[in-house]
Design a protein around this ligand. Structure first.
Ligand code: SF4
Length: 490
């Protein structure tokens, strides 16, 4: 089995998958170098501007479980992302018309003396306080660089409190220093759920689909599509209950909107409970949704129903797509996203008739846990034209240099902290924050019209570029964008 649920920690992506955060070359070269199980050496940077941390990825999932609590055993600074997680939580609650409620998270506020004398007493108090304050059905203890480096005995504290805190208390190993790939934090969270919450199936639910996603804004759309196939989605992990997560093993199939997010969980459920995982390209754009629906249909024996549904969806959007392609003729773009979206959006933009000049991926997994290369990048590399491709943990100095050289009409990014730099350069920036942007035939059309709006209302980026002075000197713009990246010769 690829995923070992008998160990307490999910190995990092670098260890399990050979994932990298440093590369500059071309799309076809990267895919060729990592085909047939081959690995690629990571390119180290001699300068790093800023990045993110895997504990944030773990906590954004776990703090979204509606009746669980998170104890972040860390200095208070490590909980800085909590503000964003709470905003994302409110966004998801708004879509569900649930009313306002904050995430349930406490931080143990490790200080200097705790790193000398140990922080276990603060952890004990943190777990007690989370149980007293929230009465959760489960508690996840997320680790940090500080608690990991000093080796606090987290398991010992959890074990001591077994009688006093009568709900599952599960360690989540997501110290930032363990991995340069922040998506390792997703795997740490899923590993904790798989080992501490998920139970063997009591009965099988042939209609149930585990839908692995973030906020789930397209719930109604997916419920309609699945309803036509006699299926019912259960959105995990955020906004699910502990009880719902305990029974994911009973589902007929697991699908995901983001293959970076879903592959560890999906593969583990397939290997351990026989729940098939849909290994298609992500469901963005026409090719994406059709491959994805066919994957679900094949898993549940509904192939002909899927074909009928695809015909209907295509017929409803073909005319809009033709008009959008006409409007985007000659438009050129750069994109910078996490790997699943960077790969998937190469297809989305091609379907809209927008030429991609360069794609930047925030990391790259040469293969997924089930042993194959990501299907979306294999598909993108099979096209005749090659493009330049870079891998970097959102090093914005590289992105800004790349954008200033290529001068695209559009910049697409999943992260507003990245797209703002394109806007400052006067480039039309379209953030793709919602994971269901361009989901399916209808979503692709809606996304296309949003791009039309952005291109025809350039007042903001033009005025911003006129007034903002960027921090980079002419010297930097004269350098290769990847001058600080040490890598094998391409
Ligand atoms: S866990 Fe480490 S890398 Fe992450 S926020 Fe805390 S100190 Fe920074």
């Amino acid at each position: 089995m690829a995923i070992n649920l008998d160990i307490t920690e999910a190995p990092t992506r670098e260890t399990r998958l050979g994932s990298i955060t440093g590369y500059s070359g071309t799309l076809k070269d990267l895919v060729a170098r990592t085909g047939c199980g081959a690995s690629i050496k990571n390119g180290d940077r001699t300068f790093s501007q800023a990045s993110s941390c895997s504990s944030g990825c773990a906590q954004t999932l776990l703090a979204g479980i509606v009746d669980a609590a998170v104890v972040n055993h860390a200095p208070i600074g490590c909980a800085g992302d909590t503000v964003y997680h709470n905003i994302a939580n409110q966004y998801g609650r708004f879509y569900r018309e649930w009313g306002n409620k904050n995430i349930q998270l406490v931080n143990t506020n490790m200080e200097e003396q705790d790193t000398v004398f140990g922080g276990t007493e603060k952890l004990r108090e943190g777990i007690r306080e989370a149980f007293r304050r929230f009465a959760p059905k489960a508690i996840f203890v997320t680790t940090s660089c500080a608690s990991g480096i000093i080796g606090d005995d987290i398991k010992g504290v959890i074990s001591e409190l077994t009688d006093e805190v009568p709900v599952p208390v599960i360690q989540v190993s997501c110290e930032g220093f363990r991995s340069k790939v922040w998506a390792s934090g997703f795997d740490a969270a899923f590993h904790a759920i798989l080992t501490g919450i998920v139970k063997p199936p009591v009965r099988k639910r042939p209609e149930l689909v585990n839908m692995v996603n973030f906020r789930g804004s397209a719930r109604a759309y997916i419920a309609r599509l699945f309803g036509e196939l006699g299926l019912v989605p259960r959105f995990v992990v955020p906004f699910a209950t502990v009880e719902e997560l305990a029974t994911v093993s009973e589902a007929a199939v697991t699908a995901t909107v983001c293959t970076t997010l879903g592959s560890y969980f999906g593969t583990a459920l397939e290997e351990n409970y026989g729940v098939p995982y849909v290994k298609a390209i992500p469901p963005h754009g026409v090719a994406g949704i059709e491959a994805w629906l066919r994957g679900i249909g094949a898993a549940v024996g509904k192939e002909s129903e899927v074909e009928a549904l695809i015909d209907k969806e295509r017929a409803a959007t073909d005319a809009d797509l033709a008009e959008l392609r006409r409007r985007f003729k000659g438009k050129r773009a750069v994109l910078g996203m996490g790997p699943s979206y960077a790969q998937s959006y190469l297809g989305v933009l091609e379907e809209l008739g927008i030429e991609v000049l360069h794609a930047a991926s925030w990391h790259y997994d040469p293969r997924y846990d089930y042993g194959e290369q990501p299907p979306a990048i294999v598909r993108a590399a099979s096209r005749e034209n090659d493009i330049t491709f870079s891998v970097g943990d959102q090093q914005l100095y590289e992105i800004t240099n790349t954008l200033s050289r290529l001068k695209p009409d559009l910049y697409f990014s999943r992260h507003p902290g990245s797209s703002v730099w394109a806007a400052k350069l006067g480039i039309t920036a379209v953030p793709v924050i919602d994971e269901y942007t361009a989901f399916g035939h209808r979503g692709l059309v809606n996304f296309g019209w949003r791009i039309v709006d952005a291109l025809t209302n350039r007042n903001f980026v033009t005025k911003l570029a006129d007034r903002v002075k960027l921090p980079y000197s002419g010297w930097w713009y004269g350098q290769d964008p990847y001058a600080f990246l040490d890598q094998e010769a391409v």
